[in-house]
Each structure stands twice: as structure tokens, then as C-alpha cells.
Design a protein around this ligand. Structure first.
Ligand code: SF4
Ligand code: SF4
Length: 209
């Protein structure tokens, strides 16, 4: 008989413990329901790449003089520059240019050293492909204008990673109407337009002088 009471007491104790652990687990779950999201809802939201982001390279065919400096400064001699010698003009004539982004390490050396500035790094980072050979961009693909996060009306661009107000790392206890970090798309657009207008006016002033 005492054995029976001991078993009942043990069972009651384990039941209490199980209920306590379930309560603890659920308290964490319910606590998360109060928190605000800190993730970017890709692809509906995208981060605006930073100013000097090294994304897909843009190439301007007409400016290239086939000097092959980009090949020599590339750590893996990656750019392919095909040219023919034009006897009439006694100059090299570019026939084909390509860079394989499946191999490129985006170091930016080619862009830095190109004497005619026909290469530039864009903010395009979505280069995923089912076939790695699709990443070998020819001069037409390289000449395509880059995709811009702020130009896509289907995407909400975010300047920073979090929805939390700037400087706040703990999401608990925030008032419901707290302003999130980063700017709204219309604010980003307005700021960019103001910057480009300011740059244009500075350029025109310099030209006038
Ligand atoms: S970014 Fe660097 S690795 Fe890529 S092609 Fe240019 S020099 Fe080569
Ligand atoms: S360094 Fe510039 S100009 Fe020279 S081949 Fe490369 S892309 Fe063309």
C-alpha cells in the first residue's frame, strides 16, 4: 500500500513539473507574439545596398579600347577580351567581351584600373541561376542597366536591417506607434532626387565657371 501512495505522489510531482515546463515554453511563444519583426520580408522588401557596394559589373562596349588592362590586373585573368586589328584605322577593334560571375570575386580591380572607365560596379546582387554557365555574361548582358531596388514599385526598400527604432536592440515594451529604423520608400526617393538635383546644380555651376 505505501508503494501505491509513493507512485501516486511521484506521478503528481511529474505532472506538476510537466505543466511548469509547458507553461515556460508557452510563455516564450506568447512573448514572441508581442514582438515586432526584425527580418526583411524578401522578396517583397529589399535592403538598399550601401553606396560603394560591389555588385554585378556594368560594361560599356563603345568605350572599351581592348587594352586588356582589366585582364592583367584581375587576380584570375577573368575578363575575356576578343579583338581584331583594324588595318584601316590601325587600331584594335573589340569584337567580344565577357566576364564569368560564377568565378569573379568582385574585387573591383578591373573597374579601378580600366583607363576608359568603361567598367563600373553596380548594386545588382541577385545573380542566382540554375545553371552556372548562365553566369558567364557577354557584352550584351554586361551592358544591361542594373536593377535598382528603389525603382521597383513591387518592392519596399529598406535602408537598414531592422524594423526597430534606430539604436534600439530590444524589441520588448515598445509603444505600438514607434517609428521603425530606415526611411520609407517615398523618403528614400525624395532624398535621392534631392541629392541628384544638388549634384546637377553643382556640375552646372562648375561648367559655368
Ligand atoms: S572584379 Fe576582380 S575578379 Fe572580377 S573580373 Fe574584375 S578584377 Fe577579376
Ligand atoms: S581595361 Fe577597360 S578599356 Fe581596357 S580592355 Fe578592359 S574594359 Fe576595355
Amino acid at each position: 500500500m505505501p508503494n501505491f501512495f509513493k507512485q501516486v505522489a511521484d506521478y503528481a510531482k511529474e505532472t506538476r513539473q510537466a505543466a511548469k515546463f509547458i507553461g515556460q515554453g508557452l510563455s516564450v511563444t506568447f512573448d514572441h507574439m508581442k514582438r515586432r519583426p526584425v527580418t526583411v520580408q524578401y522578396p517583397y522588401e529589399k535592403l538598399v545596398p550601401s553606396e560603394r557596394y560591389r555588385g554585378r559589373i556594368h560594361f560599356e562596349f563603345d568605350k572599351c579600347i581592348s587594352c586588356e588592362v582589366c585582364v592583367r590586373v584581375c587576380p584570375i585573368n577573368l575578363p575575356v577580351v576578343d579583338w581584331e586589328f583594324d588595318k584601316e584605322s590601325k587600331k584594335k577593334k573589340l569584337s567580344h567581351y565577357s566576364i564569368d560571375f560564377g568565378v569573379c570575386i568582385f574585387c573591383g580591380n578591373c573597374v579601378e584600373y580600366c583607363p576608359t572607365n568603361c567598367l563600373s560596379m553596380t548594386e545588382e546582387y541577385e545573380l542566382a541561376s540554375y545553371d552556372r554557365h548562365d553566369l558567364n555574361y557577354d557584352s550584351v548582358a554586361l551592358g544591361r542597366l542594373p536593377y535598382k531596388v528603389t525603382d521597383d514599385p513591387m518592392v519596399t526598400p529598406l535602408r537598414e536591417l531592422a524594423y526597430l527604432p534606430k539604436g534600439v536592440m530590444n524589441p520588448h515594451g515598445l509603444p505600438a506607434g514607434s517609428r521603425r529604423a530606415g526611411q520609407r520608400p517615398e523618403e528614400i526617393r525624395a532624398e535621392m532626387e534631392a541629392e541628384s538635383a544638388a549634384t546637377k546644380s553643382t556640375d552646372s555651376e562648375e561648367e559655368a565657371q
